[in-house]
Design a protein. Structure first.
Length: 198
């Protein structure tokens, strides 16, 4: 169980729903290996909770090493469809990695993160930002002009200090790690995260 999940008191998704989403992610990757496109789930067979418009990320790991992580920040399609698309993109379109090969599929760990709606964070200084962030709970999006990046709440596990978390996120966005501007747009969100083997 991820850190942010442990800090959430009432999970939105029951065990069966999580299992369905992990299965959808796995089958979408398998379909991608065979056909080169994601597998769209049949919505009429799904619980209503998985057909609501939600955003998700799918993270792939191989022996605890990151193997892909892609998702959507703004909800625009049914959750089950979003998870299928995010899983496919994580496996085959993450620019940091070559497309997943069939022989890598065995032993792959799949992690699904369902995002809450974005909340704007109104702060006037870096000190206010560092004070406002909740380690282990908040995901953060930073944007200015063509620069944008996000860290999921699970990133707190490797960057537990707010300053390091923010510095690395700015670097990910292509900004200096100490960059600050009144034009910097900030949003927070939280996730419900669960994982399983491929």
């Amino acid at each position: 169980m991820s850190w942010d999940m442990a800090l959430m008191h009432s999970p939105e998704y029951e065990s069966r729903e999580r299992t369905i989403l992990l299965t959808i992610a796995r089958r979408s990757i398998e379909h991608g290996i065979r056909e080169g496109i994601p597998l769209l789930p049949e919505s009429d067979t799904l619980p209503d909770s998985l057909t609501r418009i939600r955003a998700s990320f799918v993270t792939l790991r191989k022996a605890d090493d990151l193997r892909g992580c892609i998702g959507t920040l703004n909800a625009h399609r049914p959750l089950a469809e979003d998870v299928a698309g995010s899983a496919f993109s994580s496996a085959f379109r993450d620019p940091r990695f070559p497309p997943l090969r069939e022989r890598e599929f065995a032993g792959l760990s799949i992690e699904v993160s369902v995002l809450s709606p974005m909340q704007p964070l109104f702060v006037t200084s870096e000190a206010e930002l560092l004070h406002a962030l909740r380690p282990g709970i908040d995901g953060l999006v930073i944007e200015e002009g063509s620069h944008s990046a996000t860290f999921l709440p699970t990133v707190w596990e490797s960057l537990p200090k707010p300053r390091a978390f923010v510095n690395e996120l700015r670097r990910k966005a292509g900004l200096p790690e100490d960059y600050w501007s009144a034009n910097l747009a900030l949003h927070t969100y939280h996730t419900e995260t669960f994982a399983g083997p491929a």
